[in-house]
Design a protein around this ligand. Structure first.
Ligand SMILES: [Zn+2]
Length: 226
C-alpha cells in the first residue's frame, strides 16, 4: 500500500505592488498556504489581513470542506499585518506561531525555536518542521514539508522570498525591506539548496531549478568578496 502524501495547497496567491492611485502607498497581501498532512493534521501558513476572514473561511470550506476549528496549527512566517490578520479565526488551534514565538491564549511556549536555537520545531515528525530563517525580520521562520504533492521538499518561506523574480533581481527583496540582508541572502541560499519547490511571501509557488541555486550561490559569494 502506498503511503499518502502530505498535501500543500496555495489558498491565495499574494502580491505586492505600488498603489495606482496613491504614490505614497503600496498594495500587498500574502500568499496563504494550507498543509494537510498524511496523518490528518491541518496547518495554515500566513493568514492574510484582518479584512480577509470571510474569503479565507469560504476558501477553506469550498475547496477543502474545512471549518476554522479544523485547523490544528497556525504558522505566521513573521509578524507583519498582511501575514497575521486572520489568526483570530483559528482559536481551536493548538499553537499559533508568530515567527519563532509560539503561543496559545496567554501561554507562551519555552522551546529551542523561541529561544533562538537553530533546531527545527517538529509539527508532524520530520514531515513538517518550522525553522528559523532570519532576514526580512530577525524573527522570521519557514515551514519545510517533506513528501508532498508539489515535490520532495517544499519550503513555505514567507518574505524570505518576495516572489520568483527576486532570484534574478535581488533589489525586489531588498526593497521589500530586510532587517538583516546578509543573513537573508544566506538563508535564501540555504532554503533553495534544500527545497524542490518554494512558496514565497507575495507570489506564486515555483519549482526550484539548478540555475536558480547557482544564481543564489553567486549572490552570496560576490557579497562575501565585497
Ligand atoms: Zn509580507
Amino acid at each position: 500500500m502506498s503511503i499518502k502524501e502530505n498535501d500543500v495547497h496555495i489558498l491565495f496567491t499574494g502580491y505586492s505592488r505600488p498603489d495606482s492611485n496613491d504614490s505614497s502607498a503600496m498594495r500587498a497581501n500574502c500568499t496563504c498556504t494550507l498543509i494537510r498532512t498524511r496523518n490528518g493534521r491541518n496547518i495554515i501558513v500566513d493568514t492574510l489581513t484582518a479584512w480577509d476572514g470571510e474569503r479565507l473561511t469560504e476558501a477553506l470550506q469550498n475547496l477543502h470542506g474545512l471549518k476554522p476549528e479544523d485547523i490544528h496549527v497556525v504558522v505566521c512566517t513573521h509578524g507583519h499585518s498582511d501575514h497575521t490578520g486572520c489568526n483570530y479565526l483559528f482559536r481551536s488551534a493548538q499553537w499559533h506561531f508568530m515567527g519563532a514565538c509560539v503561543s496559545n491564549r496567554d501561554k507562551y511556549l519555552d522551546c529551542p525555536l523561541s529561544r533562538g536555537d537553530s533546531e527545527p520545531f517538529q509539527l508532524c515528525g520530520d514531515d513538517v518542521v518550522v525553522v528559523r530563517t532570519p532576514g526580512h525580520t530577525l524573527n522570521c521562520v519557514s515551514v519545510l514539508v517533506r513528501g508532498t504533492n508539489l515535490g520532495e521538499v517544499v519550503g513555505v518561506c514567507g518574505d524570505l522570498f518576495e516572489r520568483v523574480e527576486d532570484i534574478m533581481d535581488p533589489t525586489i527583496w531588498l526593497e521589500a525591506g530586510s532587517e538583516n540582508a546578509e543573513s537573508q541572502r544566506i538563508q535564501r541560499l540555504r532554503m533553495i539548496e534544500m527545497c524542490n519547490y518554494i512558496i514565497p511571501g507575495h507570489g506564486q509557488g515555483f519549482a526550484v531549478t539548478e540555475n536558480m541555486r547557482e544564481l543564489l550561490r553567486q549572490q552570496v559569494n560576490s557579497n562575501n568578496t565585497k
